[in-house]
Structures are given as structure tokens and as C-alpha cells.
Ligand binder design. Structure first.
Ligand SMILES: Nc1ncnc2c1ncn2[C@@H]1O[C@H](COP(=O)(O)OP(=O)(O)OP(=O)(O)O)[C@@H](O)[C@H]1O
Ligand SMILES: [Mg+2]
Length: 262
């Protein structure tokens, strides 16, 4: 299983509410796109799933987030949260390779979390690098610094690295926003491969990308979930006027100001 359910989720930083009444079910083995204008709360929602927001002082979450039917905010001790995070891969907008070699980027986190030999780690690393289509491009320089790879290659390395741990859930926050169309295409191809065994929640500002790769889409504005559902349906027959305007690129500030957290 690898489902996520948001039940009446609200979030605030100090006394500033940024999400309210979010109800959303993410089915297993799907790609779920989260879209909406800057500041609407997409990253906050995404980072709540693996409790990364715990690190921010004053952050408060209300309601429940269930991963595989278990409430993640009911986990009380640090060890349980660590185990939760280990099972959830996270990809950020900016690739974040470790300042070491390509191969060590792959094996260090693995050897830290999984009892295994260096040989096993290396074999799995090669398999994962092949899965993300990076192996052929870098096979001659596995011991070169990861930082020397191009941005698109670094992002694929980070995806491959997240696949070293047995995570069934991947959270991606604008993973292609800094990449050219070819690197973007390569990553989209990987997503199709990955969803056979995993669930992916992906924030994107690229409406066409949401349309191309996601099975479901949720449209947020000002901390409110305006509409969600099957992507082809939402793009072809948006129920809400705001959604229609946003996905067709005709949303303007004066329209957006009408939607607010109640
Ligand atoms: N650490 C923080 N402290 C206080 N407020 C924050 C913090 N992080 C985010 N916010 C606020 O919460 C709201 C939602 O931010 P969030 O980053 O979730 O939006 P977003 O939809 O991901 O935007 P973008 O598309 O620009 O990445 C914004 O008003 C933002 O200013
Ligand atoms: Mg964001």
C-alpha cells in the first residue's frame, strides 16, 4: 500500500493560517499533481506528509494526514518519525547532491540506513542509475564529484538516490522547474516507470506537465482546495470557474482575490 489521505487538514505558521479544510485522497500507484498560484500552500501540504514542517518553529497542523491508513501526526517519538521519513522519498526544486562522488551519493544514505555490504550497495546503485536513465551518461565517471553533473543529471541522480531506500511514496516539489525541456522529458519518462510500484505527489507550476503526466490533479488557491479529480476530466471539464481560468492561463489577480480561507 502507498496511499495518502488528507482529512480536514489545516496549517498555520504562528497565527497565520495557510491551509484550511483540505480533503484529498491520493490513490496508490498514481501520479497526483498539486497545482495553484505561488503562495497557495502546495509546499506546506507536501512537506506535512513526511513531517518536514516539524522543523519550523510555530508550525501547527490540524486535521489528519494518513499514510497507508496510519496517522502521521499521531507519531509521538523521534524514532517513529525517522522511520516515516525513511520510507518517503523527497525531491526538491533544486537538486541537492552531497559534496562527494556520484557513487557515494548513492551508497552513503543507503549504507547508513540499511545493513548491507558495500558490494550490495554498489550493485543496487547501478540498478537505480539505470532505472533513471543516467547510467549510460555517467558510467565512466562514477567516482567524479556529483556537483560536476548538469542540473538535469543532478536531479536524476537525486531521484535515483531516493530510490535506494525502500520508499513507496515520492514527494516532488517542482522537480523540473530549473530544467530544460529535454531533461524535463527524461524525468517525466522516469515518473511513468516509477509509478508502477510507487505513488507520486508532485507540485508543478507547469500546467502542461500536470496534464501530460498526472493521473489526478488538485487545484489550490489561497490555502483552499478549489477542485480535485482525474486530470483529463479536470482539464476538459473544470467544475469551477477559477480552475477553468487557471488551467487555461487566464487567471488574473482580481479573480484570485475573491477566494479566501474562511
Ligand atoms: N517557514 C514559514 N514561515 C512563515 N510562513 C511561511 C513559511 N513557509 C511558507 N509560509 C507561508 O505560507 C504560505 C504558503 O507557502 P507555500 O510555500 O506552501 O506555498 P506554495 O504554494 O508552495 O508557493 P510556491 O508556488 O511559490 O512555491 C505563503 O503565504 C508563505 O508565505
Ligand atoms: Mg512551493
Amino acid at each position: 500500500m502507498n496511499t495518502v489521505e488528507f482529512q480536514n487538514v489545516g496549517a498555520q505558521y504562528g497565527d497565520k493560517a495557510v491551509l484550511s479544510g483540505i480533503e484529498l485522497e491520493i490513490p496508490a500507484n498514481s501520479i497526483y499533481a498539486l497545482i495553484g498560484p505561488s503562495g497557495c500552500g502546495k509546499t506546506t501540504l507536501l512537506r506535512s506528509v513526511n513531517r518536514l514542517n516539524d522543523l519550523i518553529r510555530g508550525f501547527i497542523l490540524t486535521g489528519s494526514i494518513m499514510v497507508d491508513g496510519k496517522s502521521v501526526y499521531s507519531l509521538k517519538d523521534k524514532e517513529s518519525v525517522r522511520i516515516l521519513r525513511r520510507g518517503i522519498g523527497m525531491i526538491f526544486q533544486k537538486p541537492n547532491p552531497l559534496p562527494t562522488s556520484i557513487m557515494k551519493n548513492m551508497t552513503i544514505p543507503y549504507l547508513e540506513h540499511v545493513r548491507s555490504s558495500a558490494k550490495e550497495a554498489r550493485e543496487l546503485a547501478l540498478e537505480r542509475l539505470k532505472l533513471v536513465g543516467l547510467y549510460n551518461e555517467i558510467k565512466d565517471r562514477l567516482d567524479a564529484p556529483a556537483i560536476r553533473l548538469s542540473g538535469g543529471q543532478q536531479q536524476r541522480l537525486c531521484i535515483a538516490r531516493s530510490l535506494m531506500l525502500p520508499s513507496n511514496l515520492l514527494l516532488m516539489d517542482e522537480p523540473c522547474s530549473a530544467l530544460d525541456p529535454i531533461s524535463t522529458y527524461k524525468i517525466e519518462e522516469i515518473l511513468f516507470e516509477l509509478k508502477k510500484e510507487r505513488t507520486i505527489i508532485m507540485v508543478t507550476h507547469n500546467i502542461e506537465q500536470a496534464r501530460r503526466v498526472s493521473d489526478y490533479t488538485a487545484f489550490f488557491y489561497n490555502g483552499v482546495l478549489v477542485e480535485s479529480g482525474a486530470t483529463h476530466n479536470m482539464f476538459a471539464h473544470p467544475q469551477h470557474d477559477y480552475t477553468q481560468k487557471y488551467v487555461s492561463g487566464r487567471m488574473i489577480e482580481s479573480v484570485l482575490q475573491e477566494v479566501h480561507i474562511s
